[in-house]
Write a protein that binds this ligand. Structure first.
Ligand code: GLN
Length: 491
């Protein structure tokens, strides 16, 4: 049952071959028996109440395609009645009085919330080891990281603890954990999915999206996720192109004549040979499907790391100023005066990586350094976006390459070296800085004794609003390969 896709589960629910209540119980018992630390909280009573409501809709004939299908929410989307921690001690006991727009939309669609899943604290990280509630274990190999920051979302899908999960991507956090866990994820064009109720990390980059087993499932989820929201000031309007589309409409288009840009910068020094092999094999598969490969260059790729690690911390330092012990979450129990209360509260509530980002962000924004760092970074951000436009308007329809330079690394391997973590983001950051949609689909495994069980992801990047195209490309690949159907041993 748990190996079924959303599409298949939806068919079974509509045919009354299974009830949402049975399905929900099945996943809840899997979650309770699992040892991956993917889920931070479950609440069977709340889940089963939603499942019962979904069963009524299914019986009445008012159900939509997602009604009764269970979903796990990244614990950065606020949920009424459930704790929302953002992976931080700061919010360890926080219960939001309202639902994030994304959660509200899935609730209205009749989906059943299975629980809240683990993440790096405030979504800052690439390995899930920055979670205040212990890291998630990669279901493929308990010694490996699941990727981050949406490690809980990706691991939940890989371990078949949920058929669907929400996630967020600021610099790669949907694509990289999807790659490390061998599942499918898509980060939409910036501004298509509402950020309302998605706890802010870097507001000009943060974007929600789905993780599931297949591209087709991601399309079904995006149908309900995307759309203008007046409560988010950066949400794109229909006039700006954020239309309600059916993301499944192009899934079956043939790929004949598709021009795939292959950036030389994504295959250079630093790319592990086993990852390169799997990605190149996937590219060959696309040639068999009728596509042509075009060599392209994205010359500013190497600048994406310094640019991102100025802009993201700058925005984070501002966004996180609200956690002051007065308005939300944790407050130090003993303090001398107001200043002392702020200091102790923030020193106790935030983990080391979050503190590091606040320090960096405050530094690059301060008078005297603002022009030298922040303004420069904004200018380079534009140049990075221009690189993509030069390629996507003149040379190719989409761009493909690896998601990350290596397969998942060992837990503990990079915990004392923040820069090593940052370097692993090299292939995902530029897409985020440019605001483009990007996808990760499973395309093989590493090689050698250790890596042979660790998945490799193929990244597919398109121009603004090209989500339906990306999903079409991914779906066609998944019709002729079975990487997305593989599950870790024992699942
Ligand atoms: N790894 C990146 C970071 O640490 C991206 C995280 C994300 O996309 N949320 O900031």
């Amino acid at each position: 049952m748990h190996n079924k896709t959303i599409k298949e589960l939806s068919a079974l629910l509509h045919a009354k071959q299974i009830s949402s209540t049975e399905l929900t119980r099945h996943y809840l018992s899997r979650i309770e028996a699992s040892g991956h630390n993917a889920f931070l909280h479950i609440d069977p009573e709340l889940s089963l109440a939603q499942a019962a409501a979904a069963d009524v809709r299914l019986a009445e004939g008012t159900a939509g395609p997602l009604t009764g299908v269970p979903i796990a929410h990244k614990d950065i989307f606020v949920t009424r009645g459930w704790r929302t921690t953002a992976g931080s001690k700061m919010l360890a006991n926080y219960v939001s009085p309202f639902d994030a727009t994304v959660v509200e939309r899935f609730n209205n669609a009749g989906m059943v919330t299975l629980g809240k899943v683990n993440l790096d604290e405030f979504a800052m990280g690439s390995s899930n080891e920055n979670s205040a509630f212990s890291p998630v274990k990669n279901p493929w190999d308990g010694n490996a990281v699941p990727g981050g920051s949406s490690g809980g979302s990706a691991a939940a899908i890989a371990a078949r603890l949920a058929p669907a999960a929400t996630a967020t991507d600021t610099g790669g956090s949907i694509r990289q954990p999807a790659a490390f866990c061998g599942v499918t994820g898509i980060k939409p064009t910036y501004g298509r999915v509402s950020r309302f109720g998605m706890i802010a990390f870097a507001s000009s980059l943060d974007q929600g999206g789905p993780i599931a087993q297949t591209a087709e499932d991601c399309a079904l989820l995006l149908n309900d996720m995307v759309g203008h929201d007046v409560r988010d000031s950066t949400s794109l309007t229909p006039e700006q192109g954020n239309l309600h589309e059916d993301f499944t409409r192009e899934l079956n288009q043939p790929l004949t004549g598709l021009r795939i840009g292959v950036p030389s910068e994504y295959f250079g020094e630093g790319l592990a040979s086993d990852v390169e092999q799997a990605v190149r094999a996937a590219l060959e598969q696309f040639v068999k499907l009728g596509a042509t490969l075009v060599d392209i260059s994205l010359p500013k790729t190497s600048l994406s790391i310094p640019t991102y690690y100025i802009i993201a911390p700058a925005e984070a330092s501002s966004n996180l100023s609200r956690f002051d012990g007065v308005r939300y979450g944790h407050r130090a129990s003993e303090y001398k005066d107001l200043q002392d209360m702020y200091k102790k509260t923030r020193a106790e509530g935030f983990g080391r990586e979050v503190q590091r980002r606040i320090m960096v962000g405050t530094y690059v924004l301060c008078h005297g350094y603002y022009d030298a760092y922040y303004v420069q970074a904004q200018k380079i951000r534009r140049l990075i976006a221009d690189d993509f436009q030069a390629a996507l308007l003149e040379k190719c329809d989409v761009i493909m390459g690896p998601v990350a330079p290596t397969v998942a690394w060992d837990l503990g391997d990079k915990t004392n070296d923040p820069v090593a973590n940052y370097l692993a983001d090299i292939y995902t950051l530029s897409t985020s800085l440019a605001g483009l949609p990007g996808m990760s689909i499973p395309c093989g495994f590493g090689s050698g004794e250790k890596n042979a069980k660790r998945p490799v992801g193929l990244q597919i990047i398109g121009n603004y609003f090209a989500e339906a195209k990306l999903l079409n490309i991914a779906h066609q690949y998944q019709q002729v390969t079975d990487w997305h159907q593989r599950a870790p041993e024992g699942v």
